[in-house]
Design a protein around this ligand. Structure first.
Ligand SMILES: Cc1cc2nc3c(=O)[nH]c(=O)nc-3n(C[C@H](O)[C@H](O)[C@H](O)COP(=O)(O)OP(=O)(O)OC[C@H]3O[C@@H](n4cnc5c(N)ncnc54)[C@H](O)[C@@H]3O)c2cc1C
Length: 104
């Protein structure tokens, strides 16, 4: 980490010559903050917005119902990168939405 800036925040800095090359057959990027909707969403009319988030809302008649009425979605795939507690709350709200939709 570099020296603290004006706000006291230290940032990672490159150390020239410290790079390492690792031979490998495949690289799987297993981190990130962007939704990656699969192709089959189209087959089931699950629509996404301009940043690939699933279109669903807590304000809907049935909270977190997607554009396919039988499919509900919440969490990072709807809201964008957020917190675990938000995902849990939306999962619970979606569960309530499903029960209302099924009228049980
Ligand atoms: C690096 C990083 C650090 C973070 N740190 C914090 C933190 O300190 N505190 C905090 O509160 N939050 C943190 N978050 C955010 C938190 O992890 C997310 O907000 C939360 O996990 C979102 O929950 P989710 O259920 O919406 O999505 P996810 O937790 O991403 O769950 C989605 C699940 O669906 C699975 N899946 C995807 N596609 C398919 C498929 N086709 N079929 C079956 N399963 C599938 C995935 O494998 C995954 O298990 C962090 C996130 C990242 C990336």
């Amino acid at each position: 980490m570099g020296e603290p800036d004006a706000k006291g925040r230290r940032r990672a800095e490159m150390i020239p010559g410290s790079e390492t090359i690792i031979e490998c057959d495949a690289v799987i990027v297993a981190f990130g903050f962007q939704p990656n909707p699969p192709e089959w969403f189209k087959d089931f009319d699950i629509q996404v917005n301009d940043w690939n988030g699933v279109i669903a809302s807590d304000k809907s008649l049935y909270p977190f119902q997607t554009t396919n009425p039988k499919i509900f979605s919440g969490g990072d795939m709807v809201r964008g990168s957020s917190l675990v507690v938000e995902a849990i709350a939306e999962g619970r709200a979606a569960g309530e939405g499903i029960l209302d939709f099924l009228d049980v």
